[in-house]
Design a protein around this ligand. Structure first.
Ligand code: NAI
Length: 732
C-alpha cells in the first residue's frame, strides 16, 4: 500500500491507500482508552469535511489504534461539566449532527471493532454502513448511558431500534448490558465477526468491495444489518411490527421499569420514550427528542451523583497504598493463597481466586466440609461453561488451580492466607496459631471476619505486622466490595498486597482502620438495630421493607436479616453492643427473636415464609406472636421509618469517619453503595448529607432524638461542621 498521509492530527490519522481505501485510525495519545472528547469530535469534523468533497477516497475504514479497545464512550468529565439543560442538549445535537454527516458520506464506511465499544463509540459504529467485530472476548458492545443517569445522546435511541428492533434495542439501552461479538452478529448489530488478526485486512477488503459496489465479498454476502433480523418469535414480531403491538410493548416495559427501578431513576423512562418515539416519527424528530431528554438528564442530581461515583471508582482503580510519607508501597508477590474454612465465604473466595488464575488450597475441619469449596467452584465454573462465557477446558484449568485438604500440608508455600472459619474469636485465634506454625515468616494472614476487631485476632499472632482484615461480602463472586482492615501494627506492604489482590479479584476496595464492625458492619448494625426497634414498636415487616425500598435500597432490612441469618445478625449486634452499648440499645424482645431458633432463609424460618419458593414472598405471621402488639401491627408513617433507619446509618457513618476508621467520605460512600446497597442515586451517605445540608441533618437528628431515642444524638463531627458551615466534599 502506498501511503499518502494527508494530515497528522493528534488523535485521528487518515491514511489513503493506492486502492482508494482511507483508513481512519483513532488513537488518543497518552490515554489508555479512546473517548469521544471535544478534541476528537473537532478532529472528526475536519476529517468528515475533507471526505465530503473527496474524490480520492473511495471507501473509509474506521478503527482504533489502541491494542485493547475501540471507543469507550463519551468523555464523562466533559459531561459532568454541563451546567444547564440547554448546554447538555447542544452537546447532544452537535454529536448527532456529526454522526449524521458520517452516515451520509458519499463513500461507503466500514467500522472495525475490537475491544470495548461503548456508548458514543457504539453510536459512531451505528452510523457506519458495515460493522465488523473481532471475536476476542474483550470485544463488547453496549450503550451504558443509563448507568450514568443519561441516555444515548448521539442517535443511539433512534438508530439501534431501527437496526435490531425495539425489543432488543430496549434490552440494551435500558440495562446498559454488554453484548459480545457473536451475540451482536446474531442480533444484527454487526455484520461479521472475524479473528482479531485479520480484522483490519478484512475491513479493507469489504471497503474495496463496497466501493466497487459489488457483492463480491468473499464468503460473507453483504447485507444491511437491518434486513438481517434476529430470530424472534412470531409474537415478538407482531408486537414490534404493528402500532398496537408496539404500544403494548411500551406499556409492558414501563410497568416492569416501575417495578424494577421505581421512581428514583428518570433515565430509563426517558430512554423508553425516545425509543418508542423512533417508530412512527421522522428520524430527525427522534434525534431532537433524544437531545432534549439528554439535556434534561445531564443536569439531574441523579446523573451528577452517578457520574461522581464513576469518577471515584475509576480513580480508586489506579490508586495504590501509600505509607506515612505519601510514597506508594509496592505489593508483595502472591503466587499461592491458602484459604482456611471452605464454607460459604471460603468457598466463594477460593473460587474467585482460581478464576483469576491464582493457585489456591483450602483447608477445613474434615474432607467433607473441605470438598464443599470444590463443589462451589465446580458449580460456578460449570455455570460459566453453560452460559458459554468460558470453554470446558478453561473450567478444567481453573479447577486444576484449586485443591482441598483437612490438613495443613501444602500450606508452607502460601504467600497469603485468608481465614473464613466460624465467627468465633477463640477459634480464629487458634487457627491463626496453627497456621503460623507451618508457614514462613512473611506469610500474610487475612481474616474475613465480619465484625471481630482484627487487633483482637492478631493478639494470638507472633507476627502481628502480617495480620490484616479482608472483609468480603456474600455472595463473594457477585458482591463488588472488599473492605481491607488495617490495625496499628499491620505493615504497609501487607496492606498494599491485600489491596492488590482485592483488585485482581475485580473488587472495589476500600481500606479502613480497625475497630468493632470496622465501617460497613458497624454502620449496617446501627441501621439494623433501629430496624428491630421499629419492628418491636409495632411496624409490620412489609411496612419496614417497603419504606426502605422506596428510599432506594435494593432489599428491605427485614429481608436482608433473613438472608444474612438471624444467628449472624445476633452475633454482629452483640459485638457492636459490647462496644457501643452506652448509646445503642437493643430492645429485649429482639433477643427473644434471635433465640427462637429462627435462622432466616437457611432454615426456612425468617420474617418471611420460604416453604414454597414459587410463591410471592409472604410474611410469616408467627414472627409477631412474641412481639408487643402481636399480629395487630401499628401504622408507623413510611417517612418516619425511612428517616429513622437512614439517619441511624448516616449518623453512625459520620462517627466512623470522626473515629478515623474511614479514611475519607469518598471511601464511606463507595463502601455503603457497593457493600450495603445504599442508594447510588443519592451518591452515598456522605454525599447525601451534603445534599440535605449538614445543619438540616443535625436538626433532623435532634428531632428524632426527642421523638424516638437518645441514640440519635448527632455525631460531634456533624455538629461541628454545621457550626462551621462545612460539608464533606466542600462543594466538589
Ligand atoms: P460457614 O459456616 O459457611 O463456613 C465456615 C467454615 O469454617 C465451615 O466450612 C467450617 O467447617 C469451617 N471451619 C470451622 N472450624 C475450622 C477449622 N478449625 N479449620 C478449618 N475450617 C474450619 O460460614 P461463612 O458464612 O462462610 O462465614 C465464615 C466467616 O466469614 C465468618 O467469620 C463470617 O463472619 C464471615 N463473613 C460471612 C459473611 C456471610 O454473609 N456469610 C459475609 C462476610 C464475612
Amino acid at each position: 500500500m502506498t501511503t499518502d498521509t494527508i494530515e497528522a492530527p493528534r488523535i485521528t490519522n487518515l491514511e489513503i491507500g493506492a486502492d482508494g481505501v482511507g483508513v481512519l485510525t483513532i488513537d488518543a495519545p497518552g490515554e489508555k482508552v479512546n473517548t469521544l472528547s471535544a478534541a476528537l469530535s473537532a478532529e472528526m469534523q475536519e476529517v468528515i469535511e475533507r471526505l465530503e468533497t473527496s474524490t480520492d477516497v473511495k471507501a473509509l475504514v474506521l478503527l482504533s489504534g489502541k491494542s485493547d479497545g475501540f471507543i469507550a464512550g463519551a468523555d464523562v468529565k466533559m459531561l459532568a461539566r454541563v451546567r444547564t439543560a440547554e448546554d447538555g442538549e447542544r452537546i447532544s445535537r452537535e454529536g448527532s449532527a456529526l454522526l449524521c454527516r458520517l452516515e451520509n458520506l458519499p463513500m461507503p464506511t466500514v467500522v472495525a471493532i475490537h475491544g470495548a465499544c461503548l456508548g458514543g463509540g457504539l453510536e459512531v459504529a451505528l452510523a457506519c454502513r458495515y460493522r465488523l467485530a473481532s471475536n476476542d472476548p474483550s470485544t463488547q458492545l453496549a450503550l451504558p448511558e443509563v448507568q450514568l443517569g443519561l441516555l444515548p445522546g448521539a442517535g443511539g435511541t433512534q438508530r439501534l431500534p431501527r437496526l435490531v428492533g425495539m425489543q432488543a434495542a430496549l434490552d440494551m439501552i435500558l440495562t446498559g448490558k454488554r453484548v459480545r461479538a457473536d451475540r451482536a452478529r446474531k442480533m444484527g448489530l454487526v455484520h461479521e465477526v472475524v479473528p482479531r488478526e485479520v480484522l483490519r485486512e478484512r475491513a479493507c477488503q469489504v471497503a474495496r468491495a463496497l466501493a466497487r459496489a459489488t457483492q463480491d465479498l468473499g464468503h460473507i454476502p453483504i447485507q444491511p444489518a437491518s434486513e438481517k433480523r434476529p430470530a424472534v418469535s412470531v409474537g415478538q414480531l407482531v408486537l414490534q411490527a404493528t402500532m398496537p403491538g408496539r404500544a403494548m410493548m411500551y406499556r409492558q416495559v414501563k410497568k416492569s421499569l416501575q417495578k424494577k427501578v421505581g421512581s428514583h431513576y428518570p433515565a430509563p423512562y426517558l430512554a423508553l420514550e425516545a425509543v418508542y418515539y423512533s417508530r412512527g416519527h421522522a428520524f430527525q424528530e427522534g434525534l431532537d427528542i433524544e437531545s432534549r431528554f439528554f439535556g434534561q438528564l445531564a443536569v439531574s442530581e441523579v446523573a451528577r451523583n452517578l457520574m461522581r461515583l464513576f469518577f471515584a471508582t475509576t480513580a480508586m482503580k489506579g490508586e495504590g497504598w501509600k505509607d506515612r510519607e505519601g510514597h506508594v508501597v509496592p505489593p508483595l508477590p502472591v503466587e499461592k493463597v491458602g484459604v482456611l474454612g471452605g464454607g460459604l465465604m471460603g468457598g466463594g473466595i477460593a473460587t474467585l481466586l482460581a478464576d483469576k488464575g491464582v493457585r489456591v488450597r483450602v483447608k477445613d475441619r474434615d474432607m467433607e466440609s473441605a470438598s464443599k469449596a470444590a463443589g462451589y467452584a465446580a458449580k460456578y465454573f460449570g455455570d460459566k461453561v453453560k452460559k458459554r462465557h468460558i470453554r470446558p477446558y478453561q473450567k478444567d484449568m481453573a479447577m486444576g488451580l484449586l485443591s482441598v485438604t483437612d490438613q495443613y500440608t501444602g500450606f508452607g508455600t502460601s504467600n497469603l492466607l485468608i481465614e473464613a472459619v466460624f465467627e468465633d474469636l477463640s477459634l480464629k485465634q487458634r487457627v491463626l496459631r496453627d497456621v503460623e506454625a507451618v508457614t514462613g515468616p512473611d506469610t500474610i494472614f487475612a481474616s474475613n471476619t465480619s465484625s471481630l476487631p482484627i487487633a483482637q485476632i492478631a493478639q494470638a499472632s507472633s507476627r502481628p505486622q502480617n495480620v490484616v482484615g479482608m472483609h468480603f461480602f456474600s455472595p463473594v463472586e457477585k458482591m463488588p466490595l472488599l473492605e481491607v482492615i488495617v490495625t496499628d501494627k499491620t505493615a504497609d506492604p501487607v496492606v498494599a498486597t491485600a489491596l492488590a489482590i482485592g483488585k485482581k479479584m475485580g473488587k472495589q476496595v476500600i481500606v479502613v482502620r480497625d475497630g468493632p464492625g470496622f465501617y460497613t458492619t458497624r454502620a449496617l448494625a446501627a441501621m439494623m438495630n433501629e430496624t428491630i426497634k421499629v419492628f418491636v414498636e409495632g411496624a409490620s415487616v412489609e411496612a419496614i421493607d417497603r419504606a426502605m425500598r422506596d428510599f432506594g435500597f435494593p432489599v428491605g432490612p427485614m429481608a436482608l436479616i433473613d438472608e444474612v441469618g438471624f444467628d449472624v445478625a445476633s452475633k454482629v449486634i452483640h459485638v457492636i453492643l459490647d462496644a457501643f452499648g452506652n448509646r445503642m440499645q437493643t430492645p429485649d424482645e429482639a433477643f427473644l427473636l434471635f433465640g427462637s431458633g429462627r435462622l432466616g432463609r437457611k432454615n426456612k424460618q425468617g420474617f418471611y415464609l420460604y416453604e414454597d419458593a414459587k410463591k410471592k414472598k409472604e410474611v410469616d405471621p408467627t414472627v409477631y406472636d412474641q412481639m408487643p402488639y402481636g399480629r395487630d401491627r401499628r401504622e408507623i408513617p413510611a417517612k418516619l421509618i425511612s428517616d429513622r433507619l437512614s439517619y441511624a446509618f448516616m449518623n453512625e457513618a459520620a462517627m466512623i469517619l470522626e473515629d478515623g476508621i474511614l479514611l475519607s467520605p469518598r471511601d464511606g460512600d463507595i463502601g455503603a453503595i457497593f457493600g450495603l446497597g445504599f442508594p447510588p442515586f443519592l451518591g452515598g451517605p456522605f454525599r447525601y448529607m451534603d445534599t440535605v445540608g449538614i445543619p438540616q441533618v443535625v436538626a433532623r437528628l435532634r428531632e428524632l432524638k426527642e421523638q424516638c431515642s437518645r441514640s440519635f444524638e448527632p455525631a460531634g463531627i456533624l455538629v461541628k461542621m454545621a457550626e462551621e458551615g462545612r460539608t464533606f466534599y466542600n462543594g466538589r
